[in-house]
Design a protein around this ligand. Structure first.
Ligand code: GLN
Length: 501
C-alpha cells in the first residue's frame, strides 16, 4: 500500500502543485488500493482506471509545460453512481438501469472534468438512493472499513467507504434525507449537504426533486470545502439552481472560528433515543466549543416530531412520479413476457423484475398518497408540516448562528439488523431529514469513537440557507479542537483493513 493514499486531499493538492508527485502516481496509488480492497468493501460498481490515468497523464503534461491549472487538477475522485457519466455505466444501484450508458455528463461531472480531476469510478448506493445501509443496492452492499460486518451508511455507502478505506481522497454524494451525512457519521468521514440549489442537480437521477442535493464527501473539513467550491454555482440546466454565488468555502475553512458564535442545541435531537456513547461524545464537543468561546444555547423545534412522517409522504410522492420514466421503452432493462404481450404488460414485467422491494414499497406509498381523494389528507398535510419545520428553524436561527445535534442516533449497525423493519431503518435519519425539508445546509463531521466497539460517531452542524460558509468556519474550528484533544485525525483511529475476509 502506497503512503500517498493516506494524505488528505488538501495535502495532495499542494504536493501536485509543487510537482512533488505526479497525478499519474497519485491516481495509480488509489487504483492499486481499489484493486486490493474493493473485492471486500464493494465501494465501486465500476472502476474507470484507464480513463482516470489518461486524464492524470494529460494534467501532468500540461503542468510540466508550465500551464496554469485549476486548483484540484490531477486529484482523483469517486462519483456516486446516480450521476450520469458518458464514459461509464450509470445504474443508480438498480437492476432496471443495468448497462445503461448515458448520453450526457451531469453538470457536476462536467465541472470535475473541467478541473482536470481523474474520475476513479462510480460508487455503490441503495437502489435509487432509497435506504440507509446500501443493503438495498441491486449489486450487493458496501462494507464499513471500520468493521466489515457493519453497514457503511446509506444511501451513499459506496462513497463513504471509498473515502474511509483510502480508495479515494474525495467523493461525490447526494443527500435527500441524509445520504451524505449519515454515511459520514458511521465511517468517521466528513460530508456536506449544501443549501438547496447551491449545486446543480442536472444529471442527478432524481429521487425527490424538492429534497435532493449533491455534495462533497472527504476526510477533512477543508477537503470538503475545496470540493464544494468546485461543484457549486449557477446552472441554466437546473431551474432550481441559485443565481448567486455562496462565496468561497475554502476561505471559510481556512479561517476557523467559534469565538462569540451562538451554538444552538436542538432540544428534540438529544437525549432519549440516542445511543449513550453518541450522546456522551456530543456533550463533550459542546464543552469544547464553550471553552473555545462559543455561547451554547438551547433551541426548541417542536415540529421536528413530525419530520420523518412528512418526509416519508413527500419523498415517495415525488419518487413515484420521478421513477415513472423507467418504463422499458427509454432506458435499460426490458422484460418481454411470453405470448404477444401489450406494451402495458412489457412495462409491468420490466418494473416487476427491475425494481427492488424498497423502491416498490415507496412507489406504492407515493402513488397512494397522491391519488385523488387522499391528496389533501396526506401530501397536503405533509407540505404543511414542512412549512412548520421551516418556521421552527427560522426562529431557532434568530438566537443561534449554527444549530448542532448528533448526526445519527447510533453507530454503524450490523448487516441484516434493520433490513426487515422499514420503520427502524427510516429512524436513522431523524436528525438529518429536517435540513432537506427546509432546504438549509448541513455538515456531518467526525465526533470521536462512541462505544466499546471503537466505532465512529458524528456531529451535525446546520446553518441558514445560503450560509454554507458558516458551517465550514465552525466545522473547521471544531475539527481542530478535536485533533488537539485526540492528538490525531479521526481516520488515524481506524483499524487496518482486513481484506479478503
Ligand atoms: N435514508 C433516507 C431514505 O431512505 C435518505 C436517502 C437519501 O438521502 N438519498 O430516504
Amino acid at each position: 500500500m502506497s503512503d500517498l493514499i493516506k494524505h488528505n486531499a488538501s495535502e495532495l493538492v499542494e504536493m501536485l502543485a509543487s510537482k512533488q508527485v505526479s497525478s499519474v502516481e497519485v491516481t495509480q496509488a488509489h487504483l492499486d488500493r481499489i484493486a486490493e480492497v474493493n473485492p471486500t468493501i464493494n465501494s465501486f460498481l465500476h472502476v474507470t482506471g484507464e480513463e482516470a490515468l489518461k486524464v492524470a497523464s494529460d494534467v501532468d503534461k500540461r503542468r510540466a509545460a508550465g500551464e496554469q491549472l485549476p486548483l484540484l487538477a490531477g486529484l482523483p475522485i469517486a462519483v456516486k453512481d446516480n450521476l450520469t457519466t458518458t464514459d461509464a455505466p450509470t445504474t443508480a444501484g438498480s437492476k432496471i438501469l443495468e448497462g445503461w450508458i448515458p448520453q450526457y455528463d451531469a453538470t457536476v461531472v462536467k465541472l470535475l472534468r473541467a478541473q482536470g480531476m481523474p474520475i476513479l469510478g462510480k460508487t455503490n448506493l441503495d437502489e435509487f438512493a432509497m435506504g440507509s445501509s446500501t443493503e438495498f443496492s441491486a449489486y450487493g452492499p458496501s462494507r464499513n472499513p471500520w468493521d466489515i460486518e457493519r453497514i457503511p451508511g446509506g444511501s451513499g455507502g459506496g462513497s463513504s467507504s471509498a473515502v474511509a478505506s483510502f480508495s479515494a481522497p474525495l467523493a461525490i454524494g447526494s443527500d435527500t434525507g441524509g445520504s451524505i451525512r449519515f454515511p459520514a457519521a458511521v465511517t468517521g468521514t466528513v460530508g456536506t449537504k449544501p443549501t438547496y440549489g447551491g449545486v446543480s442537480r442536472y444529471g442527478l437521477i432524481a429521487l425527490a426533486s424538492s429534497l435532493d442535493q449533491i455534495g462533497p464527501v472527504s476526510r477533512s473539513v477543508l477537503d470538503a470545502a475545496l470540493l464544494q467550491d468546485v461543484i457549486s454555482g449557477h446552472d441554466p440546466h437546473d431551474s432550481t439552481s441559485l443565481p448567486e454565488s455562496l462565496g468561497s468555502m475554502a476561505d471559510a475553512a481556512r479561517n476557523p472560528s467559534v469565538k462569540g458564535k451562538r451554538i444552538g442545541v436542538i432540544k428534540q435531537l438529544t437525549g432519549a433515543g440516542f445511543q449513550p456513547g453518541v450522546q456522551a461524545r456530543f456533550d463533550e464537543s459542546l464543552e469544547l466549543l464553550a471553552k473555545a468561546g462559543a455561547e451554547i444555547v438551547e433551541v426548541d423545534c417542536p415540529s421536528f416530531e413530525y419530520a420523518i412522517a412528512a418526509y416519508y409522504l413527500i419523498l415517495p410522492a415525488e419518487a413515484s412520479s420521478n421513477l415513472a420514466k423507467f418504463d422499458s421503452v427509454r432506458f435499460g432493462l426490458r422484460v418481454t413476457p411470453d405470448g404477444n404481450p401489450t406494451i402495458e404488460r412489457v412495462m409491468a414485467a420490466t418494473r416487476e423484475a427491475g425494481f427492488g422491494p424498497e423502491v416498490k414499497r415507496r412507489i406504492i406509498l407515493g402513488t397512494y398518497a397522491l391519488s385523488s381523494g387522499y391528496y389533501d389528507a396526506y401530501y397536503g398535510s405533509a407540505q404543511k408540516v414542512r412549512t412548520l419545520i421551516q418556521r421552527d428553524l427560522a426562529k431557532a436561527f434568530e438566537v443561534a448562528d449554527v444549530l448542532v445535534s448528533p448526526t445519527a442516533p447510533t453507530t454503524a449497525f450490523k448487516f441484516g439488523e434493520k433490513i426487515d423493519d422499514p420503520l427502524a431503518m427510516y429512524l436513522n435519519d431523524i436528525a438529518t431529514i429536517p435540513a432537506n425539508l427546509a432546504g438549509i445546509p448541513g455538515m456531518a463531521i467526525p465526533n470521536g469513537l462512541a462505544d466499546e466497539d471503537g466505532l465512529p460517531s458524528g456531529i451535525q452542524l446546520l446553518a441558514p440557507a445560503r450560509a454554507d460558509a458558516r458551517l465550514y468556519e465552525v466545522g473547521a474550528a471544531l475539527e481542530s479542537l478535536h485533533e488537539n484533544v485526540w492528538g490525531k485525525r479521526m481516520m488515524q483511529f481506524a483499524p487496518e483493513l482486513k481484506v479478503g475476509a
